[in-house]
Ligand binder design. Structure first.
Ligand SMILES: [Zn+2]
Length: 176
């Protein structure tokens, strides 16, 4: 027997598993509301991204500021406004956060190699005062990525034509 309500138990279990945690839910709901569709925790991709938007070839990671050392400089490793490293067992925490940051970087490098874009959303960017702005900016970035990926193909054709058209123009110049 425990004294948790079903909702409390759900929250506790979710926190332990690291899934369906609050910041991630904010991003999911915010993007869904804006018409974006995604898959969750794609097992076969490096780092198991929290959200995967296939149409945008984009992975989204929702990172806790402490565990992923937000704004912590890897060289000096001082506390940042987001990540206060405990004084007790400091070396242990520094090593742990450093490993997490290195792993994040490595996973995103692999994803980039596979042709995926990566967006990292930080917990601190999702607090109530910043939330809407952050979600808007994710939506903007996604649309920008989509346009860029598709523009590249569209532009390739007129550029070639333009080159062909320059040939006779140069010949005309010679005649004059
Ligand atoms: Zn932060």
């Amino acid at each position: 027997m425990d004294h948790l309500t079903p909702q409390q138990r759900h929250n506790t279990m979710a926190a332990i598993r690291g899934k369906n945690t609050k910041p991630e839910m904010i991003v999911r709901r915010g993007l869904w509301k804006r018409g974006f569709r995604y898959r969750l925790n794609h097992k076969r991709l490096p780092g198991h991204p929290d959200l995967v938007l296939k149409k945008f070839r984009t992975c989204i990671f929702v990172n806790g500021c402490f565990w992923h050392g937000h704004l912590v400089d890897m060289k000096v490793f001082e506390n940042s406004g987001c990540c206060k490293i405990p004084k007790t067992n400091r070396d242990f925490w520094v090593a742990k956060i450093r490993r997490n940051k290195e792993r994040d970087k490595e996973e995103q490098r692999k994803l980039a190699e596979m042709g995926w874009h990566c967006i990292t959303v930080w917990e601190c960017e999702l607090k109530p005062s910043k939330r809407e702005e952050t979600l808007e900016s994710i939506a903007f970035t996604l649309n920008h990525i989509w346009l860029q990926d598709h523009q590249a193909r569209v532009i390739a054709y007129p550029l070639q034509n333009e080159e062909d058209m320059q040939m006779p123009m140069a010949a005309e110049g010679d005649v004059v």
